[in-house]
Design a protein around this ligand. Structure first.
Ligand SMILES: C[S@@+](CC[C@H](N)C(=O)[O-])C[C@H]1O[C@@H](n2cnc3c(N)ncnc32)[C@H](O)[C@@H]1O
Length: 329
C-alpha cells in the first residue's frame, strides 16, 4: 500500500499581491500579473503602489487634503503599502490603515506607516464613530461584488465614522469601458459591468517556477449614477465625482454623510457639485439618473438578490489562497 504523500513545495497562504509589494520594497525581483483565463496583464507594482508623491497629481492631493481637513482620524481602507497613510501621517493627521493582506500591512510598516493593521473591510476592526474621514481608493470597493454589496461596504464605512464624516472611494465607469478592458464582463444593466481576474506572483531568484496564485476576484464596476443609487441606501451621499486622467475610465467619488435626521434630499449636493470646477459636470448633470434608478424595479431587486455574490463571500475569498508549483511532473 502506497502511503499518501504531501505535495512538495510551500504550503502557505500565497497572498500574491502582498508578496509582490513586500518583495518590491525589499529589492527582491519578481513579477505580479493579473490573469483572466489565458490573458495576462502586468501588475505594475511600482507604478501603482510605490508612486512618488510628486507624480500623484494636483487633484489627487486636493482630495487627500480635503480628508485631512476633516480634523480627525482618517482610516485608509485597503491601504496596501500605506502610501496614503504615510502622506496623512507626515501632515500630522492621525491616520490608520487596514488591509486584508498581511504582507501589504508588513510592507506598509517597513516603509514607515505607524498605524496599520490586518483586517477585512467588510467587518472593520474599529469601534463605532471612530473616524472623521475614510479613504478607500484602489477600486477595492468594487469587491463588494454587487450594488447591494457596495452599499453594505458603505454602511460599514459609515459605522466606523462620525456623523459629519467625509470619504473618498473609486471605481471604473462601465459607460466608458470596452470589451478590451482587462477582465471585462458586460452586464445588460446600464452603468454596470464586471471585472474578473486573479493575481499570480512569481519570484525571479527565490522559488523560481513557483507561482503564488490568489483567488478569483469579482469587481462590480458601476457608473457614478449607479454608485449614487447604492449610496442612497446608506448614510452617505455622493457629493462630487471626478473622472481621472488620462483615459477618464476611472473615477473618484467624494462622499459626505447625510444629515443625521435623514430627512429629504441633501441640498448641499447639487450646489457643491455644480460649483466645483475641478469635478466633472457630466456625471452630476444626468437627469435620467434619478428617474431610472427609482423606476427600475429590476435594478433594486437584483441589487439585493441571492444570485449575486455577497460582499462577505467575496471578502472571504480574497485572502485564503493557493500556491502551485509549475513543472513538477
Ligand atoms: C489596488 S490596492 C490599493 C492599495 C492602496 N489603497 C493604494 O492606493 O496604494 C487594493 C488593496 O485592497 C486590499 N483589499 C482587498 N480586499 C480587501 C478587504 N476585504 N479588506 C481589506 N483590504 C482589502 C488589497 O489587499 C490591496 O492592498
Amino acid at each position: 500500500m502506497t502511503a499518501d504523500r504531501e505535495p512538495e513545495g510551500p504550503r502557505t497562504f500565497a497572498d500574491p499581491f502582498g508578496r509582490a509589494m513586500r518583495d518590491f520594497h525589499r529589492g527582491e525581483p519578481g513579477r505580479l500579473v493579473y490573469r483572466d483565463g489565458t490573458e495576462v496583464q502586468d501588475g505594475n507594482v511600482e507604478g501603482f503602489y510605490f508612486t512618488p508623491r510628486a507624480e500623484w497629481g494636483e487633484e489627487t492631493t486636493l482630495e487627500l487634503e480635503r480628508l485631512a481637513d476633516a480634523r480627525g482620524p482618517v482610516v485608509d481602507v485597503g491601504c496596501g503599502t500605506g502610501q496614503h497613510v504615510r502622506w496623512f501621517q507626515d501632515r500630522g493627521v492621525d491616520a490608520v490603515g487596514v488591509d486584508v493582506s498581511p504582507n501589504a500591512v508588513g510592507t506598509a510598516r517597513e516603509m514607515g506607516a505607524e498605524r496599520v493593521l490586518v483586517g477585512d473591510m467588510h467587518d472593520l476592526p474599529f469601534e463605532d464613530g471612530r473616524f472623521r474621514a475614510v479613504h478607500c481608493v484602489g477600486t477595492q470597493l468594487a469587491l463588494g461584488g454587487s450594488l447591494a454589496g457596495i452599499a453594505a461596504l458603505l454602511r460599514e464605512f459609515a459605522r466606523v465614522t462620525a456623523e459629519d464624516a467625509v470619504g473618498l472611494v473609486d471605481n471604473y465607469d462601465p459607460t466608458r469601458l470596452g470589451a478590451d478592458f482587462f477582465g471585462f464582463r458586460p452586464d445588460p444593466r446600464e452603468g454596470i459591468a464586471h471585472r474578473c481576474f486573479h493575481f499570480e506572483y512569481e519570484r525571479a531568484r527565490w522559488e523560481p517556477g513557483v507561482r503564488a496564485v490568489g483567488p478569483a476576484l469579482h469587481f462590480l464596476l458601476c457608473s457614478p449614477d449607479r454608485l449614487r443609487a447604492a449610496a442612497s441606501e446608506t448614510p452617505w451621499t455622493v457629493a462630487a465625482v471626478r473622472h481621472t486622467e488620462p483615459r477618464e475610465i476611472h473615477y473618484r467619488a467624494r462622499l459626505e454623510r447625510k444629515p443625521a435626521d435623514g430627512a429629504g434630499p441633501d441640498d448641499r449636493f447639487s450646489d457643491r457639485t455644480t460649483s466645483d470646477d475641478r469635478f466633472s459636470d457630466r456625471t452630476t448633470s444626468d437627469d435620467r439618473f434619478s428617474d431610472r434608478t427609482t423606476s427600475d424595479d429590476r435594478f433594486s431587486d437584483r441589487a439585493g438578490s441571492d444570485d449575486e455574490p455577497s460582499a462577505a463571500a467575496i471578502g472571504a475569498r480574497f485572502f485564503p489562497v493557493l500556491v502551485v508549483r509549475r513543472g513538477t511532473e
